[in-house]
Design a protein around this ligand. Structure first.
Ligand code: F3S
Length: 430
């Protein structure tokens, strides 16, 4: 094949088929992908554990299953362990009617079992590996600063780049696996020093800590795929990446990545590269965006209400897209319990489903907090709520969420966290 980038003799040997036919084909794909984006070379993946975006066995993805079969037949595996986005269904905790079950099992996710078996054979970490928050301590797929990754899943990639200081492009499904198998990825974009420079300076001048999901959404919609350098946020978040701040940045980043296509952000005085290089990360002619209270309100009011019956009251809500951290899960539990007490209620007013990774959920299930949560009638699951909501059968439901990613990709309606808590706990007037 013709290609522009320069390869090492070892990389050329793989391309020439010296390590088998499937690896040659995978190498071809990586080289073509790199050429399209002007990469000059392939660089080693230094954090070997991959993260894959495709977690669901949708029957339509026949080429994916065939490729996986070929990889397995040649005995090829990822070089490290793989974590994968969340599973689509959990009938114990996210109730479905018989028709929904039929559609999920027989049509939408008919290949789930087959795909999970394939994942095990190519390097799945373990049975708990299904989460978009693979980088949390409980899950353990944690790159170091400066590591090169072969990951996909926009919310995980933006977190790894921004909060951990690792380097990863916004890859698509299959490329994440291919880089994890070959151990090289094309060098361009967010893998380069130049690509990590900020072309936007965002000034946060709000009077109180902005809702992470709305601030992220506002910035994402403004800068799209560019890199923003955010000043003024450390006034509220401080200068340490503690559990609360990590949870905030997880939600903020997911909103920048889904409402726009941000793969990296810098927070002045807080994220690793901003701490190290400061404002020298900003290009000289950077554009400016000022975010005040009114701007956040304008953005929030602009979200469309896509419910079939726009004036309906919500009947169900999902919290934890991306999956909740352990601290967030504890905080939600406390807030629901206290809210119910204050409103003199025993049970949540709508079906309330909290989503967290299997490892975080297991840790929480061993605590008293879990018993308190279950007593309120709320449920804990590890599914991806988008997989559940994104089908014709749930489109008629009045689903609420405080996730801007879920709001963007489904017909769920966005509520600010405090408003959602009032609805859940049956506060009068909701
Ligand atoms: Fe995670 Fe699914 Fe939301 S992958 S970020 S829970 S859409």
């Amino acid at each position: 094949m013709d290609y522009k980038m320069s390869l090492t003799p070892g990389q050329q040997a793989i391309l020439d088929g010296k390590e088998g036919e499937i690896k040659a084909l995978i190498m071809q794909t990586l080289v073509r992908f790199g050429d399209i984006f002007g990469a000059k070379k392939l660089v080693p993946v230094t954090h070997k554990d991959g993260h894959l975006v495709t977690s669901f066995g949708i029957g339509l993805l026949k080429p994916l299953f065939r490729t996986m079969d070929r990889i397995i037949a040649e005995g090829v595996t990822a070089q490290g362990k793989l974590t994968v986005d969340p599973r689509p269904v959990d009938y114990d905790n996210v109730k479905c009617n018989p028709l929904e079950k039929l559609v999920f099992d027989k049509i939408l996710y008919s290949q789930q079992q087959r795909y999970e078996e394939q994942l095990k054979k190519v390097g799945l970490k373990d049975d708990n590996a299904f989460t978009c928050t693979c980088y949390l301590d409980e899950v353990g797929n944690i790159p170091k600063e400066g590591d090169i990754l072969s990951w996909a899943e926009s919310s995980a990639v933006v977190y790894a780049n921004s909060v951990l200081g690792a380097r990863c492009n916004r890859n698509s499904g299959m490329l994440d696996l291919f880089g994890s198998i070959i151990g090289y990825v094309p060098e361009f974009g967010l893998l380069t020093d130049e690509g990590r420079k900020a072309t936007w300076i965002v000034k946060v001048v709000t009077t109180k800590v902005p809702e992470a999901q709305i601030l992220g959404s506002a910035i994402g919609m403004k800068v799209m795929e560019d890199v923003p350098y955010v000043v003024g946020l450390d006034r509220f978040l401080g200068n340490k990446l503690n559990d609360d701040v990590k949870g905030y940045l997880k939600d903020f980043g997911a909103a920048t990545a889904s409402n726009g296509a941000v793969g990296l952000y810098h927070i002045d005085g807080l994220t690793p590269e901003a701490k190290k290089y400061g404002k020298s990360l900003i290009v000289p002619d950077a554009k400016e965006y000022v975010v005040d209270d009114a701007e956040l309100e304008r953005v929030c009011q602009s979200y469309p209400n896509m419910w079939k019956k726009p004036n309906a009251k919500p009947t169900q809500c999902f919290i934890g897209c991306p999956h909740l951290t352990y601290k967030q899960l504890c905080d939600w539990t406390d807030n629901i319990v206290k809210g119910l007490e204050a409103n003199k209620k025993k049970k949540v007013a709508i079906r309330t489903i909290l989503c967290a990774s299997p490892d975080v959920a297991d840790k929480f299930r061993a605590t008293e907090g879990y018993q308190k949560l279950i007593k309120t009638g709320a449920k804990l699951t590890s599914i991806c709520p988008l997989m559940y909501t994104n089908n014709p059968l749930t489109k008629g439901k009045a689903i609420a969420t405080n996730s801007n990613k879920l709001r963007t990709y489904s017909v769920s309606r966005y509520y600010k966290t405090a408003d959602l808590l009032d609805i859940i706990t049956g506060k009068e007037g909701n």
